[in-house]
Design a protein around this ligand. Sequence first.
Ligand code: FES
Ligand code: FE2
Length: 367
Amino acid sequence: MIHPPESTSRHAFPFEARNQDELVALLREQGMTFRDFECVTDGDYAPEDAAWNYMDIPHLNYVHGQVDGCMTFAADAVTASVFFQRVPFFRLPLTVLIYQTSRNSITYYTSFFLFLVVIRTEWNSLGPARARVITRYAVGWTNRLVGLAFPLIRWLLRRNYRILMSEDLPMRNQRGALRKKGYSFRMSGEIPSFIESRKIMRQNVVTPEQNVVAPTDIGHWPLRRIAFDELIEGRPLLVGDPNHLGLTVQRRRDSVLVFPRLCPHEGADLDTAASRCKISGEGPEAGTTIQCPWHGRKFRPILAIELPARPSRSQTPWHDFETDKSGLTITCRDSRDVTLRQADWSRPAEPIQPDAEDIPITTAPAL
Ligand code: FES
Ligand SMILES: [Fe+2]
């Protein structure tokens, strides 16, 4: 029976969809044989973090090195792509259709040589910030001899699953760890949307109600003095914790640059990005950016000091910077203003243009 997926307030679901069981039953009636197996992953993150990960289109090109292809269609609850599977001597084109079949599941399918693969991924809560994700593969064929290759297909799919998980789990765990510290993540509806995932200039990270100053920071933070002499080019200095207050300070040629440690879009860790800071042109921050490893959003430095430094002061909603001839003093302010929970702590390299429907974005004051 075809049925419309469970409707939600945002998704009108202007289509009907068969879930994996219904699709497999239908195709069995058409003479296909199916065998299935499951891959299960438990983790310390919310079910929404797994859901978000599966709806997240732009990360495919940045995070999954082996994914080669392009998206051809996207709406809130459905997307289609052409991927190329590498097999010896060939890049095999696969058309893949992915659609939401309930609040906590998606179904997707593709044909692969003489096989049809119908997959269902479902995420459920195992407690506060703990989730179980079950991916069930149903592999179908029309000829008994073809079915003899099922163990090989199962091995390939399991291997593929392990590779994808090894790349996705760090970000899910990162979001789970941030949730434990009081962070939350905005979604524009009850469930994530494929099309919304493409708006990478949004700030979807909502900071905790109070500043996060971890006990490990006591003694170094909220006040930190950095002598310019102690900065070594190519070795970014990490200040504070990897949260919205944490900063990376680095020396680049005759400049000292300060970047955030947490991406305000969806919470990726920017520490590895800092060491790949690109610099070009003249002046303290000309063409200097770091790029988020998750979706590729680029950031200019929050602060750029040209050496030899002249005395100056500047600030963000959470920091005061004081520069003198020999160094930089950073003070982390105790700001408990709820409106700051929405404040962007970065300086994006491209202008943010919120449209009428967009989540309001507050940018950090110009320095
Ligand atoms: S998490 Fe999306 S650009 Fe950084
Ligand atoms: Fe992924």
